[in-house]
Design a protein around this ligand. Structure first.
Ligand code: HEC
Ligand code: HEC
Ligand code: HEC
Length: 74
């Protein structure tokens, strides 16, 4: 899965960027979120993430960590 994520990251590096979260949100406090070990699977423990956004699960595997979001998002 890590390998697939990397391929996807490379594939998107040169094309139109993924959504820029900071267009609508405060910059994510990555340190705090890393300490909480936040992954796609746990966002909903603290946020109404799934209600607000629909994720493409090919791109966003449940074990994807918050630090990895920055590979494609700001
Ligand atoms: C076009 C504007 C827009 C963009 C871009 C956007 N969001 Fe959102 N987001 C919203 C709206 C609207 C909501 C629902 C209202 C709210 O809770 O603020 C929301 C809700 C959320 C929530 C739940 C908030 C909570 O506390 O319940 C999370 C987490 C979130 N977004 C993460 C992201 C991430 C990560 C990105 C970047 C990949 C992103 N958003 C990009 C508009 C946006
Ligand atoms: C242990 C609880 C917890 C988990 C798990 C968690 N967050 Fe958060 N998150 C917070 C807190 C606390 C804040 C700061 C207060 C706030 O803005 O709601 C925050 C803030 C944010 C913000 C900025 C909010 C805004 O509207 O500006 C985003 C975006 C965000 N988190 C995304 C995520 C994503 C994506 C995940 C899953 C990968 C995640 N969080 C998992 C607790 C959590
Ligand atoms: C490999 C690159 C990549 C990674 C890593 C990645 N994303 Fe994304 N993401 C994308 C692309 C490309 C899109 C836009 C296309 C789509 O919606 O499928 C997107 C869309 C989104 C959206 C939808 C925004 C909307 O339009 O509502 C959210 C939310 C989001 N990502 C959150 C995250 C979070 C949270 C993480 C980290 C846990 C993450 N992404 C990691 C590439 C990535």
């Amino acid at each position: 899965m890590k390998y697939l994520t990397m391929i996807a990251a490379l594939a998107f590096a040169g094309s139109a960027m993924a959504v820029d979260c900071t267009d609508c949100h405060e910059k994510i406090d990555v340190t705090m979120h890393t300490e909480e070990a936040a992954t796609i699977a746990t966002c909903n423990d603290c946020h109404d993430f799934n209600d607000a956004h629909e994720l493409d699960m090919d791109m966003h595997t449940p074990d994807l960590t918050i630090a990895e979001c920055a590979d494609c998002h700001e």
